[in-house]
Design a protein around this ligand. Structure first.
Ligand code: RAM
Length: 330
């Protein structure tokens, strides 16, 4: 009897040892604004890197097909049914996701937001890529750089954003508006929304050029928007006349930097961001860290402020001198 039990136990143990038992894995869902966006695919690369480093983690990369809160609610409902251990979400709406994320937390799921935040009631903490103030100011500085590249002392800028409910872009636009008075050479003439859809962003960029014949710079604090706007400027034969800048990926923009549609642009490392978010989610599941400090593996420690916000690292500026060095990475 005892022998049999021992045999059974050792069989179970050896299975557990040979195949890292999936049932015991920590399952972390990385929920993005929408599938098919290069920025999030790079973040997923970092998330998978974290999973490999930790060994007992499975990352489920998921999101809706378009950038809507409704789509994310559906995805999160299914993740709750799958009993994942943690959800790390880049939110399409900071308030609309709160009820479903509260339900997830009641079921014992650790919830964090990253990139684009959820209101504090819906999550344990939020990981910003960088200081919001810095990102806002940097976007205005990039617009000023474009005026210089154009060789003019003052000019008009317009903002092409993602969705009107996107937490991160809305905060950055607010910060841009706070910084603008220090840049008297820039006049903000319009703010439009391409919803992080390539075709809508393209149409909005074309409309901006039509509605503002004297427009000098389009600032798009979204990787989808900046790429679509650069393409629109190029297709409309406005290179050198209307500059595009904002936040984008070297891999998607190198060609537009070399064509002259973009003088310079910025971004933080999206691979590091996905890695850091996954490390935080894992450590919350494991009960590591404290309410104000959570380890992020090779990215150091997330230091949380009173509202549970942390920032990863500074953005970096790319131009014709360095864009090719990074284009193969993200
Ligand atoms: C898009 C998304 C994302 C944002 C980047 C800069 O990929 O809107 O949330 O952080 O741009």
């Amino acid at each position: 009897m005892c022998k049999k039990l021992f045999a059974a136990l050792s069989a179970v143990l050896s299975i557990a040892l040979i195949s890292p038992a999936h049932a015991d894995d920590v399952r972390i869902a990385l929920v993005v604004k929408a599938l098919g966006i290069g920025f999030f695919e790079a973040a997923n690369e970092g998330a998978q890197e974290a999973a490999n480093e930790l060994g007992n983690v499975e990352v489920i990369y998921t999101g809706p097909t378009t950038t809507t809160a409704e789509g994310q609610i559906e995805v999160i409902t299914s993740l709750i049914a799958q009993r994942v251990d943690a959800i790390a979400v880049s939110a399409n709406d900071q308030d609309a996701l709160v009820p479903i994320l509260k339900r997830a937390q009641q079921r014992g799921i650790k919830v964090i937001s990253w990139d684009s935040g959820v209101a504090p009631e819906g999550r344990i903490m939020h990981l910003n890529p960088s200081s919001n103030e810095l990102i806002g100011r940097m976007n205005v500085q990039l617009a000023a750089d474009a005026l210089e590249a154009k060789g003019i002392r003052s000019g008009q800028m317009a903002i092409l954003s993602a969705t009107p409910t996107s937490t991160n872009q809305n905060i950055w636009i607010e910060e841009m508006k706070k910084a603008l008075p220090e840049f008297s050479q820039l006049e903000l003439v319009d703010t439009v929304y391409g919803d992080d859809l390539a075709d809508k962003s393209y149409r909005e960029a074309v409309a901006l050029m039509r509605n503002h014949p004297d427009l000098d710079v389009i600032v798009a604090p979204t990787t989808v928007g900046i790429l679509a706007a650069a393409q629109a400027v190029s297709d409309q034969n406005r290179i050198g006349d209307v500059y595009v800048t904002g936040l984008g990926l070297p891999s998607e923009l190198a060609g537009h930097v070399h064509s002259g549609a973009i003088h310079n642009f910025a971004i933080w490392n999206p691979i590091d961001l996905g890695y850091a978010a996954t490390m935080i989610a894992y450590n919350l599941v494991e009960g590591n860290g404290s309410s104000s400090r959570i380890p992020m593996g090779r990215m150091g420690t997330a230091e949380l402020d009173a509202e549970g916000n942390a920032a990863m690292s500074d953005p970096f500026v790319y131009d014709a001198t360095n864009v090719d060095d990074f284009a193969s990475i993200f």
